[in-house]
Design a protein around this ligand. Structure first.
Ligand code: ATP
Length: 627
């Protein structure tokens, strides 16, 4: 769910209501017991929001999270107690603990984040177990952690002479940090970083292919999660005035995961509500003893079965839903779903370009002896060709000829078995996809790899990732660089989406990509690559799945991209009519080998090409071309 906070007034009213609640709540708690639950809930909220960055935003199944919570707690215990006679002030220990935890997170992340899914889970779980064993055993020969007895008796928190000792004081302190973490989480989510994570969670390969350095983004999520957990650990240790290995164990990890999953991965208000519910709910059931946990588990299972997207799911309670032209007041589609999937919007009205670009003699891309083997299959064999600046070069060939493999090699998804690829004279062979996008080569996919749950606008904006640079500090503090880049990104998205007439604008901006018509999804994928400011566009069957009218339109559009904007285009296409209309040159492949190269007419009349398409003696007809 993309949550857009409503207009200024609503936002101010909501902020004021939350602030008033946070001021009064500690005073209206029925007793100390409930006040304590209120305090612990604040810590759970922080923990859940931190894990939400790792598991919700970036989609990493990290089981070491609870260890980071413990590192924060024990750092405070060691630096603010009699254990070693170190008595650093709270305002020093808090950042030291948070940054130290983050450092450990980065160290663990940089060694394990290349792993995925189960493997990442196993490594991080092992780390959490090693951490717990260390806590239990580092009491001899030197007593560091206090072993099973833990450490207790810490210095009271003292902030510029203000001692925090009463539960009410803790309530303000803990919920102040919980609010900071909430604001931080929102700022991250609404930024280029949030979009980068969301894209990576949806489709890691497509995310790389639009310029997101996925390894770095995962590491960043890991580091931010560890930072928040470390901070929560300090507050928890101080509140409890003691730390024990059991405070940072698997059950706590399960609870915080439940909060995030219950709230809906990535959904900030949902996760907060999830954390509050799972902190408070078990208390109502306390008198039922052992049945309490069973009931708790049952509620979770039922909720997950009914609302896998989390309790709040699509409900943005801070947002006023914009009325959509294709829905009635209650949000039901007005007519048949055809209306929903129909084209809508106007086709682009184009003026003749002021400058008409054409192919130059400058070589932009050089492919030399490219060979790609997949086990026993040779998908490409010694392919060489050059592509000139502002040229439209089409690659044709029957199914399995090696066309997509060529794109996968040029865009860095595969590393070739042999050969090299030069872009503007620079060897880009084996570079990672995001690095190739940053150099100016961007691609679309034959089978459409949009980020389906992201809005049309965000799909476009994420394409700008490689051209923007605001880091977490800039985003969290809303520094000028972040604000400027966000404005530029929005402007560019308006401009690029506007190229398609009314097809991708208006109310469609905020529509999830999965609800677009097939043709519009193809258009959006092209818009997304244009956002990366490429000099070379690799379009893999841009008209696949389009009807004749849409095909005509996209053909004109691709030509317009070169003629009016000067893009260089390498195109894979099965529809020869399209190829004929727009190509300067054509290369035909068959079984990974170049069988013809030249102008369309020469290639189309080449005997080997005709044979490849229409079948050779004894081979039967090979599918794959629509003339
Ligand atoms: P189409 O028009 O059907 O998309 P294509 O010309 O794009 O075909 P490729 O997808 O490049 O063909 O495939 C070329 C050959 O390489 C095929 O035999 C295919 O099965 C094989 N191939 C492609 N990718 C892989 C892979 N990752 N692993 C194994 N074999 C592969």
């Amino acid at each position: 769910m993309t949550l857009t906070v409503g207009n200024g007034k609503r936002k101010a009213a909501f902020t004021a209501a939350v602030a008033a609640a946070l001021i009064f709540l500690p005073h209206v708690m029925p007793n100390d017991y409930w006040l304590r639950i209120y305090l612990v809930t604040g810590i759970w909220v922080m923990l859940a929001l931190g894990l939400n960055v790792v598991a919700g935003f970036a989609g990493l199944f990290d089981l070491s999270y609870v260890a980071f919570f413990g590192i924060g707690g024990y750092t405070f215990a060691l630096l603010s107690s009699d254990q070693f006679g170190i008595h650093l002030p709270f305002l020093v220990v808090l950042p030291v603990a948070a940054f130290l935890t983050m450092g450990v997170g980065i160290a663990l992340g940089s060694t394990s984040l290349r792993l995925k899914g189960d493997y990442l889970a196993i490594v991080t779980l092992a780390f959490a177990q090693i951490f717990k064993l260390l806590l239990l055993n580092l009491d001899t020969p030197v007593n560091i952690t206090g072993g099973v007895n833990g450490i207790f008796g810490f210095d009271p928190i003292n902030i510029f002479g203000l001692k925090i000792e009463s539960p009410v004081g803790y309530a303000y302190l803990i919920w102040f940090f919980a609010c900071l973490v909430t604001i931080g989480a929102y700022r991250l989510k609404m930024s280029r970083l949030g979009r980068g994570w969301e894209s990576l969670r949806e489709d890691e390969l497509a995310s790389e292919a639009v310029g997101v350095n996925t390894t770095r983004m995962k590491l960043m999520a890991f580091a931010i999660g560890a930072f928040v957990a470390g901070m929560a650990g300090v507050l928890f240790a101080s509140l409890q005035d003691s730390v024990f290995p059991n405070n940072f164990d698997f059950p706590q990890l399960v609870i915080v995961y439940c909060m995030v999953i219950l709230g809906g991965l990535g959904n900030i208000p949902g996760v907060i509500v999830g954390a509050i519910l799972l902190s408070v709910l078990p208390e109502f059931l306390r008198e039922y003893g052992a049945y309490r946990m069973m009931f708790y588990g049952l509620v979770l299972i039922v909720l997950m079965a009914l609302r896998p997207q989390g309790i709040l799911g699509e409900i943005g309670f801070l947002t006023r839903k914009k009325k959509r032209p294709d829905k009635d007041e209650s949000g039901v589609l007005k007519a048949s779903t055809d209306l929903y999937y129909a084209e809508g919007g106007e086709a682009p009205a184009r003026k003749a370009p002021k400058v008409r670009y054409a192919r130059t003699s400058r070589v932009l891309l050089e492919v030399e002896g490219l060979t790609q083997d997949f086990g026993g299959i040779r998908a490409l064999s010694g392919l060489s060709f050059t592509l000139h600046e502002r040229e439209i070069l089409s690659i044709i060939g029957p199914n399995g000829a090696g066309k997509t493999t060529l794109f996968n090699l040029v865009s860095g998804i595969y590393r070739p078995t042999e050969g090299r690829i030069l872009f503007e004279g620079r060897d880009i062979t084996g570079l990672r996809p995001h690095a190739i996008v940053a150099l100016g080569v961007a691609r679309t996919f034959q089978n459409l790899r949009l980020f389906n749950k992201m809005s049309v606008l965000d799909n476009a904006r994420v394409g700008r990732f490689c051209r923007t640079h605001a880091g977490p500090v800039s985003v969290l503090l809303h520094l000028p660089r972040h604000r400027r880049e966000e404005m530029e990104t929005q402007k560019k998205a308006d401009e690029i989406l506007g190229l398609f007439g009314g097809r991708l604008t208006g109310y469609r901006y905020h529509q999830q990509a999965m609800y677009l018509s097939y043709a519009n999804r193809r258009r959006l994928e092209i818009a997304r690559v244009l956002m990366t400011e490429p000099r070379l566009l690799l379009l893999d069957e841009p008209s696949a799945g389009m009807n004749p009218q849409e095909t005509k339109e996209i053909t004109a559009f691709i030509k317009h991209l070169r003629d009016a904007y000067g893009y260089t285009i390498l195109l894979i296409e099965h529809k020869l009519n399209l190829v004929r209309r727009i190509s300067d040159r054509v290369i035909a492949l068959d079984y990974g080998v170049k069988i013809a190269e030249g102008r369309y007419r020469e290639v189309a009349n080449n005997e080997k090409v005709i044979e490849a398409y229409l079948g050779r003696k004894g081979h039967g007809k090979r599918a794959g071309i629509k003339i």
